[in-house]
Design a protein around this ligand. Structure first.
Ligand SMILES: [Zn+2]
Length: 342
C-alpha cells in the first residue's frame, strides 16, 4: 500500500478497496517463472490478450501517404537545430478509414543507402510541433536522432496539437466517445502507430529491418505498447513512463485518457515490457519525476532483467536514471540507438 498520509479517512476506504482488488485479482496474465521456450509461448498468448484489452479499431484504410519538403527558415524553430544535417517534411497519411494523420518526417541529408528509422510518438502535451520545435522537456531529441543519421517520424496523436478537438477543447472528449463506441484511446493510438510503421517501412530512404521507437510520457506508454505488440520495432527507449500502474495511475491522479478497462487487472508495466525482450530496451527515469517514481522504475527494470537473462542478453537492457524531471534524457539512448541500429 502506498503512502496515504494525504488521503482523508473516507477517501481512504475506496482506495483501500481498489488496492485490495489489485492485490487479489491484478496481473492475471503476469509473466510466470519460466524457460526461454515457455517465455516465448507466454509472449504469444500475452500479446493476444494485450491487443484484446486495448480494444483497437479493427481496420485501417489505405495509406494515402503524401509528403512535402518544408523550408526550415519559415518554421518556428531554431535554424541551428537543422544545421544542414537533415531536412524536414510535412507528411499526411490515413489510419482508420477517413481519418487523416499529420506528422513530421526528418530525413538525414546525403543518404547513400537505406537508413535506420525511429518512430517518436509525442507525449501528453502540445503535440508534434512541441517535439520537433521546442527544446523544453523534449530536448530536441527528434532533431538529434536525425542529425545522427536516423530517419525520424513524429506523428500527431489524436486529441493533441493539430488534432486537438476544436469544438470541445480537450482530448478527454475523445476518450469518452471512444469508450462509448467500444474503443480505448490507447488502442486507437496503437492502431495509428501501426500505420505509422507501415509508412516508415515503406520509405525508400529506410531500411525496414532497422526500426526503433522512442517516446516520453504518453509517448512513453505508446512506445511501450506498440513495441510490445509490433515486432517490426527492433530497438526501444521508453522515457518517463515505465514504473507500475500501482505506483502511478492507481496511487495519484493522472489523466483519464490512460484508463483502459481491465488493463491493470491483466498486466503490470513489467509484464508488458517483458513482451519487448530480448530486443534492446533502454528505460529513462528522471529522479525528480514525481508522476512516475524512480523507485518503482528501478524495481520494474530489475524484474525485467530476468527475462533478458533467459537469453544471456542482459546487455540489451539499460536504465538511465538521471538528475532531471519528466523529460527526455538521451544520455544513454542516443548512443544506444547508434549501437544497436547502425
Ligand atoms: Zn490525457
Amino acid at each position: 500500500m502506498p503512502d496515504q498520509s494525504h488521503v482523508t479517512p473516507l477517501d481512504r476506504d475506496f482506495r483501500e478497496y481498489l488496492f485490495q482488488r489489485y492485490q487479489e485479482h491484478g496481473r492475471k496474465y503476469r509473466c510466470p517463472d519460466m524457460t526461454q521456450q515457455t517465455f516465448e509461448d507466454w509472449q504469444s498468448q500475452a500479446r493476444l490478450k494485450l491487443a484484446e484489452t486495448l480494444r483497437m479499431p479493427d481496420v485501417l484504410g489505405s495509406p494515402e501517404f503524401v509528403r512535402e519538403k518544408i523550408d526550415p527558415d519559415n518554421q518556428p524553430w531554431s535554424a541551428g537545430q537543422c544545421d544542414g544535417a537533415f531536412h524536414l517534411e510535412r507528411v499526411q497519411y490515413q489510419s482508420m478509414p477517413g481519418v487523416r494523420v499529420p506528422g513530421y518526417l526528418l530525413v538525414p541529408e546525403g543518404l547513400q543507402e537505406p537508413a535506420p528509422a525511429i518512430l517518436c510518438p509525442p507525449g501528453h502535451g502540445k503535440g508534434m510541433n512541441q517535439v520537433v520545435f521546442e527544446a523544453g522537456i523534449y530536448n530536441h531529441y527528434a532533431c538529434e536522432l536525425a542529425r545522427r543519421g536516423f530517419v525520424v517520424l513524429v506523428p500527431e496523436h489524436i486529441g493533441f496539437g493539430e488534432r486537438k478537438p476544436s469544438h470541445f477543447g480537450e482530448h478527454g472528449y475523445y476518450t469518452g466517445v471512444a469508450q462509448l463506441m467500444g474503443y480505448t484511446m490507447y488502442g486507437v493510438y496503437i492502431k495509428e502507430l501501426m500505420r505509422a510503421l507501415d509508412i516508415l517501412t515503406s520509405l525508400e530512404e529506410v531500411d525496414a529491418d532497422r526500426i526503433g521507437c522512442y517516446g516520453l510520457s504518453l509517448g512513453g506508454v505508446t512506445t511501450l505498447l506498440i513495441s510490445a505488440l509490433d515486432l517490426r520495432i527492433r530497438t526501444v527507449c521508453i522515457s518517463g513512463f515505465l514504473t507500475s500502474f500501482k505506483s502511478t495511475f492507481m496511487d495519484v491522479a493522472h489523466c483519464v485518457c490512460g484508463n483502459v478497462q481491465d488493463l491493470a487487472l491483466n498486466f503490470e508495466h513489467v509484464d508488458i515490457a517483458a513482451l519487448i525482450a530480448p530486443r534492446p530496451l533502454v528505460v529513462e527515469s528522471g529522479r525528480a519525476d514525481s508522476g512516475f517514481p524512480v523507485d518503482a522504475a528501478r524495481s520494474t527494470v530489475q524484474d525485467l532483467t530476468a527475462y533478458y537473462a533467459l537469453y544471456n542478453q542482459t546487455d540489451r537492457l539499460a536504465h538511465d536514471i538521471f538528475d532531471g524531471s519528466h523529460e527526455i534524457s538521451g544520455r544513454i539512448a542516443f548512443d544506444w540507438f547508434d549501437k544497436w541500429m547502425k
